[in-house]
Design a protein around this ligand. Structure first.
Ligand code: C2E
Ligand code: CA
Ligand code: CA
Length: 706
């Protein structure tokens, strides 16, 4: 039931027009006369048209307002009904016809009460305060968020009144300071006692200066709180001066201990990474990077010069290949240990890769001192060590370089030590060499040979010559040894001693052997095709080929005439450590009907037992041993012993380097089985060997006929 028109009373019209505005509605309920006036705005604010029903009963009214507002509105109404107040003043949300909530501020008065004291007429306004309320709520939310953020950021807030010297510290600041007295207002100067004693010398003058000049504060420092804990804080404060507040600082102090801790952890992690990146994980020695850095630093600052030793572990690869990586690791650790014990004084020992180590000595040591150290290290490295129950024999070669004055040779010092190391290895391992300028020249030549050999390989310049071998008693042809040759364009014939070292450095020694073997098989075919009788042929096989896991398969792919071939293996190819690859290869060699000969027997690299384990068909005595037998009694004895050992074991003996009739006679007298040497026949190329074989056969036939 709605009254739509103004009831015509005297007081009303004046104030109503005064208050009527876009967001303010007027209502006037006269319960006694049952007249209800609601202004136009009252409806529009609620989205109601003239035809919509107005919720006037208490029940319908409460269905339209927000459930959170029901309680306090009910309570207001009760107070008014009970006569406790005539003033109506409360806020509530009522549903707009569209469905959203509209915030209203209801203000009015009870203008009349009935006999029972209940309100008979109430008049008032509803103001739409949705906008204000939204802002208010938003700011409330902001405050809450800020509180949460301050809590999370461990942030305490403070103000300092510069006129009075009084400070306000909020609860969180008190908490950070470990204060539990709840006193938020305190003398500003109290702060100073909390500054950590170790930081006071810096912080006091800083604060005095800032405050004196009224400048903003921004500083990290430590405080010692009431609980005796060190707290890292970040202090930020703004100076503000206006007529309302007077000169003041508004500040916050963040507790950044946790960040500091994290920063420390990070720093530790970073330092660890830093360390790892400059050290070898296995031996804990410095690595190449660290070595380079330390070297540059030292060279830049020092006047005392520097010495370098470059080490290479002999036989490391064999240990790694035959006993496995763990044994290899143990070997490197053992080596690192030996080096560290011997390189004393101001020096850095580093592992620069694989089985190579460098010792950097921060002064130019004299030759004698370096020599003593090198010899001691070589001696100890040559001592076998045990990996579990396995005895491992290693050794080391050493290259040494020194530079005395600051600028000369600095850049090439490592290269020089490396060159010296190369020479030491070439000299037979387990040795040391000092760098000398001629090594650089030698290296340059090697590089040239290196390039030329690569090209020669491509151009098919690698071939072989054959040197005949003879039965010592009858001096009849008994076999041939195939010897590699490089027919270098514009240079002529190059002998193996001049290029096999480079081929080994290049890692193509196996391929050289392979080429020679193909050549030999090819020549055998050719000669046989021409009706020539071919004797057994010996082919040299390098240690690297013998250690190649693919060697057996490669051999099986060839069509090798049984009993025609022997492989000459250098004594140094056999180590006393068991090697599965070599054993497998040798089994395949024997299965293919290829004989085994030990080349350069007696050069002292392996035990006789390990040599005999390969059941060789023949032993060869090198020409360096044979050469002196005519002149030297001792040498004669030595060769005679070797022949004796061979015969005792049922192995036949070949003597190389037979140059003179005297050689032949002596060796015949010793009972040596076969002879090979310039005195009987020089090595010949393939074509001449073919002719030689043909004429020898003819000569033999003629003799048989005679
Ligand atoms: P080696 O296996 O001991 O071969 C014998 C060497 O002694 C040959 O030198 C031969 O020409 C030389 N010689 C023969 N008779 C005499 C003589 O009466 N007096 C003197 N002073 N020397 C004599 P070459 O051909 O220069 O070969 C040198 C070394 O090169 C060989 O020594 C062998 O270790 C290596 N070699 C040769 N061919 C091959 C090959 O195909 N593969 C591999 N891996 N090494 C090879
Ligand atoms: Ca040989
Ligand atoms: Ca030899």
């Amino acid at each position: 039931m709605i009254g739509d028109s103004i009831s015509g009373t005297e007081t009303e019209s004046r104030w109503m027009t005064a208050v009527l505005s876009a967001n303010q509605a007027v209502w006037d309920h006269d319960f006694e006369r049952n007249q209800h006036y609601l202004s136009e705005t009252w409806r529009t604010l609620r989205g109601l048209s003239i035809d919509d029903e107005i919720p006037l009963t208490t029940e319908t009214w409460f269905t339209t307002i927000h459930e959170n507002d029901v309680a306090h509105v009910t309570q207001e109404w009760r107070r008014i009904d009970a006569g406790k107040t005539d003033v109506i003043n409360y806020k509530f949300r009522q549903r707009h016809k569209d469905g959203h909530w509209v915030w209203f501020l209801s203000r009015g008065r009870v203008v009349r009460r009935d006999a029972a004291g209940l309100p008979a007429r109430i008049v008032g306004t509803d103001t739409d305060i949705t906008d204000i309320k939204t802002v208010e709520l938003e700011s409330q939310r902001m405050t809450q968020r800020l509180a949460v953020a301050m809590e999370a950021a461990r942030m305490g807030r403070w103000e300092l009144n510069l006129d009075t010297g009084e400070a306000y510290w909020d609860d969180r600041l008190l908490q950070i300071l470990g204060l539990r007295d709840g006193r938020n207002l305190r003398p500003g100067g109290d702060w100073l006692q909390f500054v950590h004693p170790d930081d006071r010398d810096e912080v006091y003058p800083y604060l005095a200066d800032r405050v004196g000049k009224r400048l903003d504060v921004e500083r990290d420092y430590r405080i010692l709180n009431a609980d005796g804990e060190t707290v890292h804080i970040r202090a930020l404060a703004k100076f503000v001066d206006n007529s309302e507040t007077g000169p003041r600082y508004y500040g916050v102090n963040f507790d950044i201990s946790r960040d500091k801790l994290q920063a420390e952890e990070l720093e530790k992690a970073r330092a660890l990474l830093e360390y790892e990146s400059r050290h070898d994980a296995l031996t804990r020695l410095a690595n190449r990077r660290k070595l380079d850095e330390v070297f540059s630093e030292h060279i830049a600052s020092s006047r005392s010069g520097v010495s370098i030793m470059h080490f290479d572990i002999d036989h490391f690869k064999q240990i790694n290949d035959t006993l496995g990586h763990d044994a290899g690791d143990a070997t490197l650790q053992h080596a690192a240990d030996v080096l560290q014990r011997h390189i004393t004084g101001d020096a850095l020992v580093s592992r620069v890769g694989g089985d190579e180590f460098v010792a950097l000595m921060f002064e130019a040591l004299d030759e004698q001192a370096l020599q003593d150290t090198a010899e001691a290290i070589i001696r100890e490295m040559a001592q076998p060590f045990y990996y579990g129950a396995q005895k491992c024999a290693i050794g080391t070669s050493i290259g040494i370089a020194t530079c005395r004055d600051r600028d000369a040779e600095n850049g090439s010092l490592f290269i020089n030590a490396d060159l010296a190391l190369y020479e030491a290895k070439k000299a037979g391992r387990g040795r040391y060499r000092f760098y000398s300028p001629s090594m650089k020249e030698e290296a340059r030549r090697r590089k040239k040979t290196f390039d030329a050999l690569s090209a020669g390989f491509e151009k098919g310049e690698i071939t072989c010559h054959y040197q005949p071998q003879f039965d010592a008693m009858t001096l009849e042809l008994s076999g041939l040894e195939a010897l590699v040759r490089w027919e270098r364009e514009a240079f002529g014939l190059i002998m193996p001693d001049e290029f096999l070292g480079v081929a080994e450095d290049m890692g193509i020694l196996s391929e050289v052997d392979d080429l020679v073997l193909r050549r030999v098989l090819h020549d055998i075919d050719q000669w046989r095709g021409a009706g020539i009788d071919v004797p057994p042929i010996s082919v040299n096989v390098s240690a690297s080929r013998l250690n190649d896991p693919n060697f057996a398969d490669q051999l099986r792919a060839f069509d090798i005439p049984a009993g025609m071939l022997s492989f000459e293996l250098l004594e140094s190819a056999f180590l006393d450590t068991k090697n599965d690859v070599v054993e497998r290869n040798l089994r395949a060699v024997r299965d293919l009907g290829i004989h085994i000969e030990i080349d350069d027997f007696g050069s002292g690299h392996a035990s006789i037992a390990s040599l005999l384990a390969v059941s060789p068909k023949r032993l060869k005595i090198d020409h360096t041993l044979v050469g002196p037998i005519a002149a030297s009694e001792r040498q004669r004895e030595l060769v005679k012993n070797i022949v004796g050992i061979g015969h005792m074991l049922g192995i036949r003996v070949v003597a190389e380097g037979v140059e003179t009739p005297a050689h032949t006679e002596i060796l015949q007298a010793m009972g040596c089985d076969f002879l090979q040497g310039f005195g009987l026949s020089r090595p010949m190329d393939g074509a001449r060997t073919g002719q030689f074989l043909a004429t020898t056969a003819q000569a033999l036939a003629a003799r048989l006929q005679a």
